[in-house]
Unconditional design. Structure first.
Length: 147
């Protein structure tokens, strides 16, 4: 009986020691809580900005009723858009690189676009809406010496 009592005392003592070690080690590893902001608007890392923006975009269910719907365009429509963009781009490059006074004209059923070179990379684009007669002129740069 004496041995049984000694064993129980030893087990209780071992349990108390183990429990105190486990609880005491938690305090040894614990540290002060430090607030670190995530959002760059409130002091967080600027590298988090794109991540947070993409998360917000993925959760956004709102649709702009005035937004164009490009999903309904056929391959032919997309090709024609690319072709028009290429023609306008070529005309603008000709005007930027050409001598002063050089003119390119692009006509469609609804628009007439006239691009005139000013020399030294500048040009004027004149756009006429054939249906309404509305005319828009846009200046892109000035030739050297003119302000």
């Amino acid at each position: 009986m004496k041995r049984t009592k000694q064993r129980m005392t030893a087990r209780v003592a071992a349990g108390v020691v183990t429990t105190s070690l486990l609880l005491g080690s938690g305090f040894a590893w614990a540290g002060q809580l430090v607030y670190e902001p995530i959002n760059p608007s409130f002091g967080g890392s600027p590298l988090n900005g794109s991540y947070l923006f993409n998360k917000a975009q993925s959760q956004d269910d709102n649709k702009d009723p005035d937004a164009p719907d490009f999903g309904n365009l056929s391959e032919t429509d997309l090709f024609l858009q690319d072709l028009r963009a290429g023609v306008v781009n070529d005309a603008i490059n000709d005007a930027k690189e050409g001598e002063a006074g050089r003119t390119s004209v692009i006509e469609s059923s609804t628009l007439r676009v006239r691009i005139r070179s000013l020399g030294n990379g500048g040009f004027v684009m004149n756009i006429v809406d054939r249906r309404t007669g509305e005319e828009t002129t846009v200046n892109f740069g000035q030739p050297s010496g003119q302000f």
